[in-house]
Design a protein. Structure first.
Ligand SMILES: CC(C)(COP(=O)(O)OP(=O)(O)OC[C@H]1O[C@@H](n2cnc3c(N)ncnc32)[C@H](O)[C@@H]1OP(=O)(O)O)[C@@H](O)C(=O)NCCC(=O)NCCS
Length: 182
């Protein structure tokens, strides 16, 4: 095998895009959604959430969703759920009804293959058609994949809550990002 000339950059190959399709989640997806969410909860860069979720808890969560707060899943050719995303209420006050918070989680084995972007583009489309004016999120600054995904979809940083969370004995900053939809 030919060796790389000194100083030449390493050739990195991006994994081929995952062949996934999107559909609305149903209560039958609760266990898969919990499994993928719990992978994120285990990783301190993904969320400040610390309590793992059960399928029953996610089922109850799915049942409470109305048409303004859809949950989608990304499924592979075998029908296995590989990721999920949702539009969430920002705050209960009526003046914030035009603002959607969102979540997007991809299972570990499928990350970096376009699933996150596929879901976020779809969530944005849904947010527009529902009539939201903007989408917002809070992320850990060290979540490189998340921040890259949001930036690439046009979200900008609007601030940082410093030492907002306290997890595993460490103060954690939280990055706030948003995009205006119209
Ligand atoms: C964050 C997450 C949803 C991104 O989804 P993904 O399928 O892995 O990302 P994609 O393959 O769609 O890539 C989206 C962009 O991020 C970039 N990216 C992906 N993984 C990356 C990484 N590890 N480091 C830096 N950039 C990365 C891609 O190159 C792509 O950039 P581009 O649009 O400029 O080409 C996913 O990694 C995940 O589920 N992480 C754990 C849960 C989590 O953190 N959720 C968000 C909570 S705020």
């Amino acid at each position: 095998m030919a060796s790389r000339p000194e100083g030449a950059p390493a050739v990195t190959t991006r994994p081929s895009p995952a062949p996934l399709s999107l559909r609305d989640a149903t209560v039958r997806d609760a266990a898969a959604i919990a499994r993928i969410l719990n992978q994120g909860i285990e990783e301190s860069a993904s969320t400040l959430e610390i309590e793992p979720k059960t399928a029953a808890e996610r089922e109850a969560w799915l049942i409470t969703r109305g048409p303004r707060h859809p949950v989608i899943v990304a499924v592979d050719a075998q029908g296995k759920v590989q990721g999920w995303g949702s539009l969430n209420p920002f705050k209960p006050r009526q003046v914030y009804d035009h603002v959607a918070d969102f979540s997007v989680y991809v299972c570990r084995e499928m990350r970096g293959r376009g699933a996150g972007k596929l879901m976020l583009v779809d969530l944005e489309k849904r947010a527009r058609s529902i009539g939201y004016h903007k989408m917002v999120l809070a992320a850990m600054p060290e979540n490189a994949a998340g921040v890259r995904l949001y930036t690439s979809c046009g979200f900008g940083v609007v601030g940082t809550y410093r030492e907002q969370g306290f997890r595993d004995g460490v103060w954690r900053d939280v990055l706030l990002m948003e995009t205006i939809l119209d």
